[in-house]
Design a protein around this ligand. Sequence first.
Ligand code: SAM
Ligand code: DTB
Ligand code: SF4
Length: 317
Amino acid sequence: MPATAPSITEVSALLERPLLDLVFEAAGVHRAHHDPSKVQCARLLSIKTGGCPEDCGYCSQSAHHSTGLVKEKLLGLDEVLTEARQAKSDGADRFCMGAAWREVKDGPEFERVLDMVRAVKAEGLETCATLGMLDPAQAERLRDAGLDYYNHNLDTGRSHYDDVVSTREYDERLNTLANVRQAGMSVCTGGILGLGESHTARAELLAELASMEPHPESVPINTLVPIEGTPMADNQKVAWDELVRMVAAARILMPTSFVRLSAGRTELSHEAQAMCFLAGANSIFVGDELLTTPNPGPSGDAQLLGMLGLQAMGERA
Ligand code: SAM
Ligand code: DTB
Ligand code: SF4
């Protein structure tokens, strides 16, 4: 742990500060380390959908829940390439491929994913994948194929984790992240608000992320997208100020990371999103869809970014 790793008590105190003081400080940290007019834009594609053996309580794709989701086999290379080209022409700078796997298994499907990474990279996009757990050799093969980022979320604080997922351990998540780092790829890891977590669990999550050395390059802050048929379908909604607090605290604790305002934006007003950008969010998912749920489409986002004077990073000035 770095000497500067914050304690859970310190992070809790940060989250509980008067909202505007917290946002004011976060905005200063943001402006000291980033161009505040730029937003990193990532496009997601579900390359293998549903039927996942894990039991994550929030997820539409877990085979443990009856969500009505239609399963799909691993997509073909051409289909992925078409989507990546479209994403680039829509202004995305990063293309993230997600698979409903517990872990990567060596074999023809992994080889196909490696081909996808090579092909997307050759289009001049940053590449990201989220495929479940990885061993060190798999991480190295992804790096060699040209993978820039690997996404693997901690989701919540350690004390709440067992109430969310029972089929894998928190330390297994950390182990995959260590394999990603060891292979020299950039780490994308964050969490979800609205899983029934306490304020302490949120502080634990941020303290864990901020204790990584170096900090994760990308920190997605998701808000639960409630899915009918999952145990969390009727969870209490997250108030907008709690999201702003989480974004601001992430920005203060991890000054140089990209903080991504991730799932949940369709339920968020433009005003609340503006507050998140002020508080240091500088990355979003773009396009009509996340993995299996809707996302604000290009026209709504163009309007939002235009109104705020923000520019997509992939766009020419
Ligand atoms: N199966 C891989 C894994 O879990 O690492 C990759 C795909 S998984 C869908 C990626 C991440 O999406 C999860 O870790 C979780 O943080 C987020 N996620 C999934 N369902 C969500 C939901 N309903 N609302 C918000 N975030 C969600
Ligand atoms: C992340 O933190 N959020 C993304 C991405 N990483 C893989 C996924 C959000 C999924 C939201 C629910 C769905 O569309 O299925
Ligand atoms: Fe599977 Fe990932 Fe969904 Fe968990 S979050 S059920 S591992 S697809």
